[in-house]
Design a protein around this ligand. Structure first.
Ligand SMILES: Nc1ncnc2c1ncn2[C@@H]1O[C@H](COP(=O)(O)OP(=O)(O)OP(=O)(O)O)[C@@H](O)[C@H]1O
Ligand code: SF4
Ligand SMILES: [Mg+2]
Length: 330
């Protein structure tokens, strides 16, 4: 693998779900099969040590991308490779198994993924045992203590149960468990969305601090733009399964080009952009089973015209918008 191959490469990733009614209903009501394109041709790359964020409203396909990237969900098409190893190709199963310990997910609700009857030390030690990373109880205990310290908890906290902790502390435990398996790539899906604002900031700062210390790579998913601005060096904006804009965090926040990106940013008053007319957030996300033709954003877009209702815009130079391409977006 050459030195400039990105650590994570996602190419033309697709995933459809069969959302048909049950067979008998279909026959009686003469309904066709229905499929929903949750992710439709998404491509991006993440460099080692970088944070790439996916943003977009609920249902835009962020979690579906995340699940495919870590290999929890098979794609309908496209490719994901991490450190040169395909997450899709069946011939690379052995290499993928070795890679698994280096990839971890962090979820919005850490409590849901913890056995409430296990002590925290056992929870954090679980990946160490599962991957057979350390021999001997004393050595495992020492490593668990070290991991708890790394996330700002005390080694003695390992003796307690998950319910004895606050939401923010439980997210620290989940991060310690993720790091226990020698993870170098963390996929964090709304990791702070369930937390109070002040606690959110502490967890985000912890994640940044760990990234600096351990050289971690992050795929960070959030619908909260203020959070994304704090975390990401590069950002992809998703709408109805597609990437509509991708670029450096600074570029996107200072000079958003896609009308949808502008709409999202305008909904956050304290992001402090001035000197440009605001695009008010309006309209509802269309039904993903039956999206509008052409640019799927056209029913909500103040710049939509005939071409937009007919032709799907391609991602050109980081933005998928006819108006941007034609220069009539200013
Ligand atoms: N297993 C499934 N079966 C059918 N449809 C699904 C399935 N999983 C996801 N979807 C649909 O795929 C689309 C994308 O969902 P996804 O959960 O990836 O969105 P998201 O951006 O993560 O949203 P949120 O911000 O609410 O978490 C949605 O329309 C969703 O209803
Ligand atoms: S392609 Fe047309 S409808 Fe879609 S975002 Fe651009 S201007 Fe709006
Ligand atoms: Mg989601």
């Amino acid at each position: 693998m050459s030195a400039n191959t990105p650590y994570v490469q996602v190419s033309d990733l697709r995933r459809s779900f069969d959302v048909s009614k049950p067979w008998l209903d279909r026959v009686i009501e003469r309904l066709p099969r229905q499929s929903l394109k949750a992710v439709d041709g998404v491509s991006f790359a993440i460099a080692r040590g970088e944070t790439f964020a996916l943003v977009g409203e609920s249902g835009s396909g962020k979690s579906t991308v995340a699940r495919m990237v870590v290999g929890l969900l098979p794609p309908s098409g496209g490719e994901v490779s991490i450190d040169g190893i395909s997450m899709v190709d069946p011939r690379q199963e052995a290499a993928r198994r070795r890679l698994r310990a280096r990839i971890q997910m962090v979820f919005q609700d850490p409590y849901a993924s913890m056995n409430p009857r296990w002590r925290v030390a056992a929870i954090v030690a679980e990946p160490i045992r599962a991957f057979g990373l350390i021999e001997g109880e004393a050595a495992i205990r020492a490593r668990v203590g070290e991991l708890l310290g790394l996330v700002g908890l005390h080694a003695d906290d390992g003796r307690k149960y998950p319910h004895e902790f606050s939401g923010g502390q439980r997210q620290r435990i989940a991060i310690a468990r993720a790091l226990a398996s020698q993870a170098e790539f963390l996929v964090a899906d709304e990791p702070t969305s369930a937390l109070d604002v002040s606690v959110q900031a502490q967890i985000l700062n912890l994640m940044r601090d760990l990234q600096d210390r351990l050289g971690l790579t992050y795929l960070f998913i959030s619908h909260n733009l203020a959070v994304v601005r704090h975390m990401a060096s590069r950002v992809g904006v998703m709408y109805l399964g597609r990437l509509v804009e991708i670029g450096g965090g600074r570029e996107i926040f200072v000079n958003p080009r896609h009308p949808y990106t502008r709409m999202l940013l305008d909904a956050v008053p304290d992001l402090g952009r001035i000197g440009r007319a605001r695009i008010p957030v309006s309209g509802e996300i269309p039904n993903p089973i039956d999206p509008p033709p052409g640019c799927t954003f056209n029913p909500r877009c103040p710049l939509a015209n005939e071409r937009c209702r007919r032709e799907v815009p391609r991602l050109l130079d980081g933005v998928a918008c006819h108006a941007a391409e034609e220069g009539r977006d200013r």
